[in-house]
Design a protein around this ligand. Structure first.
Ligand SMILES: Cc1cc2nc3c(=O)[nH]c(=O)nc-3n(C[C@H](O)[C@H](O)[C@H](O)COP(=O)(O)O)c2cc1C
Length: 230
């Protein structure tokens, strides 16, 4: 179960009280600072479905273009299905040892929910009622006029949500490894995933032995960032 204190902090964050916001930032900073990919999982480890859903609940707070929320989390926690997923992921053992392996799908048809998105914008006064149809047609025409850009944005948004899931699970004490080494066509075929849902990442999540390996290096900030010019 997610600790009550976390929910409490989140609720206070929603109220936008300055000193309480700082509490959130402390939590986020330490999670970002400490996260590493688990190098192994305890095959006996279990995670309650309610916890996995709580991580999804946190992950879907991620931003997305037009608030399209173009993601789906296909959670594989059945032993035989994890075996099948492992086969589609070049035999990677973490997939079966993890309590659950989550296939993150980017929804290439997210624009179909334009009406619901526009309704929310109008209800919450982000958009005047008079512009509602315009918003809907912008959303619907985006993927037609700029299909490549639309697809990229959908993948960016789903990737953001995927990282949110990893951070949430890690912060709550679980081992987490993102896995990109899989055959997307084989994954889709194995799980009957329709073509508009593109598998972008598998997240193995479970109980991990205490990590004995050192954190991997990162290139220094000065090398990977610059101001105003590349
Ligand atoms: C897109 C992506 C694909 C990855 N694919 C795999 C994978 O197939 N198998 C694996 O064990 N780890 C995989 N990783 C984890 C990386 O190896 C790991 O993030 C990287 O070495 C940095 O280590 P750290 O996460 O502990 O900081 C992947 C990570 C990302 C972001």
């Amino acid at each position: 179960m997610i600790a009550q204190t976390d929910l409490f902090v989140s609720r206070r964050h929603a109220n936008r009280v300055k000193n309480e916001q700082e509490l959130i930032f402390v939590g986020t900073t330490s999670t970002l600072q400490n996260r590493i990919s688990a190098s192994a999982f305890d095959p006996e480890g279990r995670i309650a479905r309610e916890d996995l859903l709580a991580f999804v609940e946190l992950a879907v707070k991620a931003p997305s273009g037009f608030n399209l929320q173009p993601w789906h989390f296909l959670i594989i926690d059945d032993k035989d299905k994890k075996e099948a997923l492992r086969t589609a992921a070049f035999g990677q053992q973490k997939i079966t040892d993890a309590a659950a392996s989550v296939i993150v799908l980017a929804n290439l048809q997210a624009y179909e929910r334009a009406e619901q998105i526009a309704d929310d914008l109008v209800t919450k006064q982000y958009t005047p009622e008079a512009y509602k149809e315009k918003v809907i047609s912008s959303i619907r025409s985006y993927h037609v006029n700029s299909p490549d850009k639309y697809k990229e944005e959908v993948i960016i948004a789903a990737s953001s949500a995927a990282y949110g899931f990893q951070l949430a699970a890690f912060e709550h004490g679980y081992g987490v490894t993102p896995i990109g080494g899989f055959d997307p066509a084989a994954v889709s075929e194995t799980f009957g995933i329709p073509a508009h849902l593109k598998p972008i990442l598998i997240i193995a999540v479970g109980l991990s032995p205490v990590e004995t390996k050192q954190r991997k290096f990162r290139f220094p900030v000065e090398e990977v960032s610059s101001f105003n010019a590349i």
